[in-house]
Design a protein around this ligand. Structure first.
Ligand code: NAD
Length: 292
């Protein structure tokens, strides 16, 4: 297939490289001038989209996505499929998809889970929204870049799944970290705490697969000085998107709102920027009680 790839950052570059390795003709564009081995370097987003069967975007946010789609929709060939893998707000995902469909294109929102490691290894999970025809065209590429793709529903459903998942993740990580900090103060050994919780009803991905306590459980960013991994500021971004969506549809999400407040102060007022999101554990460790 002829594939345009726009946004060759930490995630986009290795995803594009996997498409090149699988034998596809990739034309890449990034405002930073990034080049991917084996891909043609386009001079603009429109050039990367022109004449392509598929155009993939992997961009920082909804505002940038809207401006890039305004450029690529008129440049794309009728019947082409536009796949946006960025994490953006649900409304932007729906709006750009509608614009694409109105112009005779197919559109799929397909945010990912799995991080930079998953992008490099081709083991991402894609959660997709859009028509059956769009998903069917995108599916073979999801297979190259990932290990699982779920068609979640109409446009925006992929983004909805992503922010619901990450709202659970943020709240669960906070709960796991505060429980370790409490256990410390109760003189409960961290390894014993892990042995019990990881096989009891408090278990979760945060505890079992990504334990925030150094030296406990499988290897995780805690064992590497809390170098990300999944940075606290990316968790903050996703929690903001979840609360923006919740406000738009009048959903009551108090745990998500509290997780957002904690990550906001961690990143913006404390020393969380540049650290893994599991660095909430040393944060709690260093504090006394903040509620009565
Ligand atoms: P990144 O900042 O490394 O990459 C974004 C790239 O987009 C940059 O290289 C930037 O130069 C480029 N860009 C910005 N504006 C552009 C424009 N107008 N035209 C072309 N290129 C433009 O970010 P990332 O870590 O690769 O993340 C990309 C997306 O994936 C984000 O939406 C993020 O939330 C999501 N995501 C990231 C991770 C992760 O672990 N990094 C995990 C899951 C999802």
């Amino acid at each position: 297939m002829k594939i345009g790839f726009i946004g060759l950052g930490n995630m986009g570059a290795p995803m594009a490289a996997n498409l090149v390795r699988a034998g596809h003709a990739v034309s890449g564009f990034d405002v930073a001038g990034t080049v991917v081995d084996g891909a043609k370097q386009a001079q603009s987003a429109a050039e990367a989209a022109r004449g392509m069967d598929v155009v993939i975007t992997m961009l920082p946010n909804g505002e940038i996505l809207r401006s890039v789609y305004a450029e690529i929709i008129p440049a794309s060939t009728a019947g082409a499929v536009l796949i946006d893998c960025s994490t953006v707000d649900v409304q932007s995902a729906r709006d750009v998809a509608q614009d694409a469909v109105n112009a005779g294109l197919l559109a799929v929102d397909a945010p990912v889970s799995g991080g930079i490691g998953g992008a490099a290894a081709g083991t991402l999970t894609f959660m997709a929204g859009g028509s059956d025809a769009g998903f069917a065209m995108a599916a073979p590429l999801f297979e190259i870049m990932g290990q699982k793709a779920v068609h979640c529903g109409e446009s925006g459903a992929g983004q909805a799944a992503k922010i619901c998942n990450n709202m659970i993740l943020g709240a669960t990580m906070v709960a796991t970290c505060e429980a370790f900090a409490l256990a410390d103060k109760l003189n409960l050994d961290r390894q014993k705490m892990f042995d019990v919780v990881s096989t009891s009803s408090g278990y979760s991905w945060s505890m079992n697969a990504y334990c925030p306590a150094p030296g406990i459980g499988p290897k995780s960013p805690a064992d590497n000085g809390y170098k990300p991994g999944f940075a606290a500021e990316l968790m903050l971004k996703d929690l903001r998107l979840s609360q923006q969506a919740a406000a738009a549809v009048d959903a009551d999400t108090p745990m998500g709102a509290l997780a957002l407040a904690l990550y906001r102060s961690f990143v913006e007022e404390e020393d969380g920027r540049g650290k893994d999101f599991s660095a909430m554990l040393p944060r709690f460790e260093a504090r006394g009680r903040s509620l009565d």
